[in-house]
Design a protein around this ligand. Sequence first.
Ligand SMILES: [Ca+2]
Length: 403
Amino acid sequence: MAIAFKLSFWWAACWVGLLFLCFGLESLVAAGDGLLSNGHFEVAPDPNFLNATVIVGETVLPGWKIEGTVQYITSGQIRGPMAPVVPQGRHAVRLGNDGQISQGIELERGSVYALTFGAARTCSQLETLNVSVPPTSGIIDLQTRYSGQGWDAYAWGFRAESRQAKLVFSNPGMEEDPTCGPVIDSVAIKKIPAPAASNDQNLVKNGDFELGPWILRYSSLGVMISPSPYEDSLPVPGWEVESGKAARYIDSDHFWVPEGKRAIQLLSGIDGSIFQTIYTVLGNTYNLFFLLGEAGDSCGEPMAVMASAGSRSQDVNYSSSSRYQSFNMSFLADSEITRIGFYSMYYNTKIGDNSSMCGPVIDGVRVTDLGHVIASGSISGLPLRLLCYCANLLALVLMMFFL
Ligand SMILES: [Ca+2]
């Protein structure tokens, strides 16, 4: 009798534990690297909670909480010029007026994370997408379509302020047609390790671009890196994107990458330039080394980049004789902080596909300190200040002699 009671007690305890576990999983998903819970939206809501395509009910879409007008999009279901694109699989969601989807995620407090998601605009050219993990938020500009497939994957970085957080996508726009608005698909997350500290061999952090956001495995579009105001939580650590356009983060599974598995492709001329600031010693000479290549994506030539370091800049042409070439450029530091930057000299598109943007690839960026070197390099290593001091001393002695 006592044994039977004990067994029933343990069974009951197990059931209660399981219930709590299920409830916890539904409301909060531990964010390992990869897709979020129902991040591809392929697990559909019960058809009884769909009014045509509009989702009716806050918690009927598995994994997500819904607010405002949110449509559940099925590939091929809506036809015509405003037909939304489904980036991956058969299903996606579209955020209409005041539309919002959210999911609880578990993070490591203080760590940097990058979200990757597919997004497309539908009706208006001015569509934007709000992404936030409170208290941090950002706006993704969907005005430019970088690929001819009608959608792009984007990355957005943030620093985790708490262990339990909420990821929110929302549509900040108000359209005449309440069902207009951005489409979202394939939401993934990746914890971004801190880049190794710069050293004498290389003052550039993450110069090989190996640290960066999750790349969707099925996608050959890379991931767009947009300008971000948060310097300490960049999706490609160390590297910032300037102006209003984006640069494309690419992987060796889908593109030619000069070194390792990741690199960056420059698009959009000066509007999509990337840069990094490094600490330098005033008056020292440095060498900037980098690899310039093509992505193997049938990009129309010519391709060239403008490389800059401090006040020095140089245009470098890509030659199709090899997949990539290496370049060196020396520069004199005229400040204790020097900006290293690259941008594409042309607005390239793919051969036979003017709607797909492409461009040169940068990888393996290294800056090394050469010390004090006279401009010609003929008195290599002799300290400039010592020379000036000797010249001044000689002038003083001569003056005293003649007076
Ligand atoms: Ca690389």
